[in-house]
Ligand binder design. Structure first.
Ligand SMILES: [Fe+2]
Length: 257
């Protein structure tokens, strides 16, 4: 495996699922313990309820930033609670219940300088993505979501990766700087795009894994004779060949219509 330019990942944000009973406490603790100020709540999305009321679905809190780079290096946690009415299905509620309740770290968004390049590279190696590459209207953000990190034939884990590329325009950087458009980093379209996709998966009971079970088992077979420290380039090349073979074989079926 050769390290490619798109393999230079930094954490863009992390997404944290909490039960409704923890949601407001989390908000307050982030403010009171982690020092999240008014300008640091960079996104908040509400769900309308019957009777004209609203409930908060998610908020994203910036817990720190480093202004050195061109793209601000910010540490951001997006918090999501199950906001659906009790009688309505909710993948967030199911994920929490499956994992024993309370809270769980759901996805980490890794930022790459070349998302298209990485996406192609990963697809060729049999990696599953649950969305096409989502492009924001302003085209300064593109993102894609992987399948869940799970055992072959195992239960859904609710843990996956998001991959993003940000190419903020000078105007956007100014907005971020001034706090005039605090939603510049997170947007409805992209948040709701993933939310809807996960909801469909959980309703259908078919959770896409990071790699298909068949490929997973093939890789496990290749790795089986070795201890972790014995996995050298020769073994990895064998595993990669299996991935490439698998990726090439399924390609025609998965190209979106
Ligand atoms: Fe995300």
């Amino acid at each position: 495996m050769k390290k490619q330019p798109f393999h230079n990942f930094v954490v863009d944000h992390m997404t944290f699922l909490v039960e409704p009973g923890l949601y407001k406490t989390t908000y307050a603790l982030f403010k009171l313990v982690l020092g999240v100020g008014p300008a640091d709540v960079i996104y908040e999305k509400r769900r309308p309820l019957p009777g004209g009321k609203q409930v908060s679905m998610t908020f994203a809190a910036r817990v720190g930033r480093d202004k050195d780079g061109r793209v601000p290096n910010q540490a951001i946690i997006a918090v999501v609670q199950p906001s659906e009415p009790k009688e309505q299905s909710s993948h967030v509620r199911t994920m929490l219940a499956n994992r024993g309740g309370g809270c769980l770290w759901q996805h980490i968004a890794l930022r790459t300088p070349d998302l298209i390049g990485f996406h192609q590279y990963a697809r060729e190696r049999g990696v599953n993505f649950i969305t096409p590459i989502l492009k924001d209207a302003d085209e300064d953000l593109i993102q894609v979501f992987s399948g869940e990190w799970m055992l072959p034939g195992g239960s859904p884990t609710a843990v996956f990766f998001e991959f993003v590329q940000r190419d903020p325009s000078p105007a956007l950087l100014k907005q971020i700087e001034s706090g005039a458009n605090r939603q510049a980093w997170f947007r409805d379209k992209t948040f709701l795009g993933l939310y809807g996709e996960k909801e469909n998966e959980y309703r259908g009971g078919r959770i896409t894994p990071f790699i298909d079970d068949a490929l997973h088992r093939r890789m496990a077979e290749i790795l089986e004779p070795y201890q972790l420290w014995e996995i050298d380039d020769a073994v990895l090349n064998k595993a990669e060949a299996a991935m490439l073979e698998y990726g090439a074989a399924r390609k025609p079926q998965l190209s979106p219509g």
